[in-house]
Design a protein around this ligand. Structure first.
Ligand code: GLN
Length: 533
């Protein structure tokens, strides 16, 4: 998945590299998914071909219908039973997102499979939500695209039970009536999903339109028993959610964060990073303003070629309250990222380096603070003398797909790191689990020199071989992490490295750290553990 075409590649606990939508589901539903929750055409074909080679279909002609469509249904039914949260219970409801648009060539076998599944599941066990767009043209809400789309899905065999209409403004009653009439649904089955001041208010908008009783009724959920403790937890989450997302939003002070990256044209390339910054900004009661800086524009060669771009980029970096360098691949823009990291260090601006952003901070530190002027990464120059970032020994050099160091792995805080601001954010935990996706790492041969120069490697893997966290001591917040904490950030439980970064940028780090410590103690006293959103 090219980040500039498809958006971010999301990473799961089990190391599955999946579509970014799975990140949305994990964040909104507070669940943990596996690579099996992402079904692709490739996976299905590979599965069917393997079965055919094994001889499972001997004597039969293998075809898209029924073999591919059957495999899709069997996959869904199997995965739907796997527990996704700490109750460890089989889920009561499975949400299937059929991506793309009706009529897409790629999705035809999936449409057919779901049509069959609808019949097999039976009445009151299957509910189809059709998502459509209702544009406003010259002040008039147009229902024709929705009518056509519904006609198409119906002719493909899928019959919508609910029509969710994306729109800029509230839908007029006459528009709703028209959609209901032409699409053969009741008025209550048309849900208006209008633009909200923040996306976090959408669940509230849906609840206000009576979606919950409608789902409960259609899927006959009255019979599902929910343990009182779980119900209490859900109520508490919903209360906090409402408080955090609908109150006081106009009181927030603006916080300017420069995101210095390579794929800045398509903001979806950094979706989880943006979400983590948003979760953290909400917690700190600030209005987040992300300033997108193309790292290459900070490089000296742009100064002569395109001075306006160069100066604009530097103005953005110099005036930001915090600087973030996210993950990335390849050399383009990395000199600009290093220049931004240097600015952050010298000017005591909070800095957060994620994966590549951490490697950048290490290279820059080697060059500026340790006199290793030719320091670089093997990824940028495989033959350089001072490769302070190297290819990890166990990583496959020949097969590039799915072979990075992936998924959930532990980081242990090192003795002597008690001063660490990040460690305090994690509630003084001795070890943390975060998700990874990288091929390169800090070269162990340079650790001593780098530490002598003042960069502390405060977090390492369980063997002490792999550098996971760097931090500068005498700085308001200068943190680099080899992992991607953004994949585990939740709306009401922001990722700690991000929260520390946002709090430091907003000038409220001591207060937030104290609050977190208190919360951790309360949780301990109440016997609650784990991430509750
Ligand atoms: N390209 C770097 C590596 O493979 C960083 C990867 C990343 O930022 N996800 O190690």
């Amino acid at each position: 998945m090219n980040p500039k075409e498809h958006g971010e590649c999301f990473v799961l606990n089990d190391g599955g590299e999946v579509d970014l939508d799975l990140g949305n589901y994990e964040r909104y539903l507070n669940i943990t998914l596996t690579r099996e929750n992402n079904i692709t055409t490739g996976k299905i074909y590979q599965h069917v071909i393997e079965k055919e080679r094994r001889g499972d279909y001997l004597g039969k002609t293998v075809q898209v219908v029924p073999h591919i469509t059957d495999a899709i249904q069997a996959w869904i039914e199997r995965v739907a039973r796997i527990p996704v949260d700490d109750t460890n219970e089989e889920p009561d409801v499975c949400i299937i997102e059929l991506g793309g648009t009706v009529g897409d060539i790629e999705s035809m076998p999936f449409v057919e499979a779901l049509t069959q599944l609808r019949r097999r599941a039976g009445k009151n066990n299957f509910l189809q939500i059709h998502v459509s767009y209702v544009p406003t043209i010259n002040g008039e809400q147009k229902t024709k695209p929705t009518q056509h789309a519904v006609k198409s899905v119906r002719s493909a065999g899928l019959i919508p039970d609910l029509i969710a209409c994306r729109c800029e403004l509230p839908l007029e009653q006459s528009t709703i009536a028209k959609i209901a009439h032409h699409c053969q649904v009741e008025i209550e089955q048309v849900v208006a999903v209008r633009d909200m001041p923040t996306i976090y208010q959408v669940p509230i908008l849906l609840e206000d339109q009576g979606l919950v009783p409608l789902l409960r009724e259609t899927l006959h959920l009255e019979g599902v028993s929910i343990a009182p403790a779980l119900k209490k937890k859900g109520d508490a989450i919903w209360k906090r959610w409402r408080e955090l997302t609908i109150t006081k939003d106009h009181f927030y002070e603006t916080l300017n964060i420069a995101l210095v990256g390579k794929y800045v044209e398509l903001h979806d390339s950094y979706l989880s990073v943006i979400k983590s910054l948003e979760h953290s900004a909400m917690r700190c009661r600030r209005k987040l303003n992300i300033i997108w800086v193309d790292a290459e524009n900070l490089e000296p060669h742009i100064r002569a070629a395109e001075p306006a771009r160069f100066h604009k980029a530097w103005h953005d970096v110099c005036t930001a309250q915090g600087i973030l360098v996210p993950g990335g691949f390849g050399q383009r823009g990395t000199e600009g990222m290093m220049a931004a990291a240097k600015w952050a260090r010298d000017n005591k601006t909070p800095y957060l380096g994620i994966c590549l952003g951490m490697q950048i901070a290490v290279i820059e530190h080697a060059r500026e603070m340790c006199g290793i002027t030719g320091a670089t990464s093997e990824e940028f120059d495989a033959k350089a003398d001072d490769r302070v970032i190297i290819f990890m020994p166990e990583i496959d050099k020949a097969t590039m797909g799915g072979t990075m160091r992936l998924g959930l792995r532990p980081t242990l805080f090192q003795p002597g790191s008690e001063w660490s601001k990040l460690r305090a954010m994690y509630g003084e935990a001795p070890a943390v689990l975060e998700r990874h996706r990288h091929r390169y790492e800090v070269n162990p041969a340079y650790i001593e020199k780098l530490e002598q120069g003042g960069l502390d490697f405060i977090g390492k893997d369980e063997l002490g071989e792999r550098m996971e966290i760097v931090e500068l001591k005498n700085h308001p917040y200068f943190v680099g992490v080899q992992y991607h904490p953004e994949y585990l950030s939740r709306v009401l439980e922001p990722s700690k490295p991000y929260l520390g970064f946002i709090a430091a940028s907003a000038g409220c780090l001591p207060q937030i750290t104290a609050e977190l410590l208190q919360e951790a103690q309360e949780k301990l006293a109440n016997g609650v553990n784990g991430n509750d959103f």
